[in-house]
Ligand binder design. Structure first.
Ligand SMILES: [Fe+2]
Ligand SMILES: [Fe+2]
Length: 236
């Protein structure tokens, strides 16, 4: 096979994959031999654990959400405080965008990721936690995090869109749901407290509508976001 032929074959494979085909190409071995970058271009990143064909939320926790002890500790904290199962789930998922694939606006991204699969209150609260964490609420003992003073400086003001969202969220009927995520958001991570994901599998089962086709393959408006986490290095 000539280099030109293998390159055009690779391109047509990439287009097929971009059109939604997700399986390994039948000639993957030959392509990879012809072009050492093909493996990465197709998003088959050898540094990441393989994912099952129909990945569940739990698969993402195990293989893609990186160190998720912060989420597990926050969810345990929320559960111990007697929050509803829905809000324990919200605590468990509040930072999945940040540990999954993006940092900026992680509350908004995280809410959007799960919008088709959970009740609206859960996504509302996850979006809100990103905003509310900048604003103290004495009524529930939430203080402005000292770590933010260290990170951003004492005179830091949140961006205008955050300020605007805060005013809107402060008067919303679910304000306290979003606030509860910030209350149970474990800023001082305890390296000695180990929490197993198994503690929450029943809650996930009851309140997260797992698509049978797998996250990323259910043709939902957010499927591409889950696919991006499965294969973050995929070129097209
Ligand atoms: Fe967060
Ligand atoms: Fe957090």
């Amino acid at each position: 096979m000539t280099d030109t032929a293998s390159l055009s074959q690779l391109k047509s494979r990439l287009h097929a994959l971009a059109d939604g085909e997700t399986g390994q190409p039948p000639n993957a071995g030959a392509l990879m031999k012809a072009n050492p970058n093909a493996r990465l271009l197709m998003g088959d990143d050898p540094r990441l654990p393989a994912m099952p064909a129909k990945p569940t939320l739990i698969d993402f926790f195990r293989h893609r959400f990186g160190p998720s002890m912060h989420l597990l500790q926050s969810a345990r904290h929320a559960m111990t405080a007697g929050l509803s199962e829905k809000m324990v789930l919200a605590s468990l998922l509040h930072d999945i965008a940040a540990v999954g694939f993006i940092r900026g606006d992680h509350g908004y991204w995280g809410a959007q990721l799960i919008e088709p699969y959970v009740d609206e209150e859960v996504t509302w609260a996850i979006r809100a936690h990103q905003v509310l964490r900048f604003y103290p609420d004495e009524s529930v003992g939430y203080e402005y995090p000292q770590s933010y003073v260290a990170m951003f400086g004492a005179d830091y003001r949140p961006d205008p869109y955050i300020e605007e969202d805060y005013r809107r969220m402060r008067n919303h009927r679910w304000y306290m749901s979003g606030r509860m995520i910030t209350v149970h958001d474990i800023y001082s991570f305890d390296p000695n407290l180990h929490v197993e994901l198994d503690e929450f599998t029943d809650i996930i089962g009851r309140h997260f509508r797992q698509p049978p086709e797998g996250l990323g393959f259910d043709n939902s408006p957010v499927a591409h976001m889950w696919r991006a986490m499965i294969r973050p290095a995929k070129y097209l």
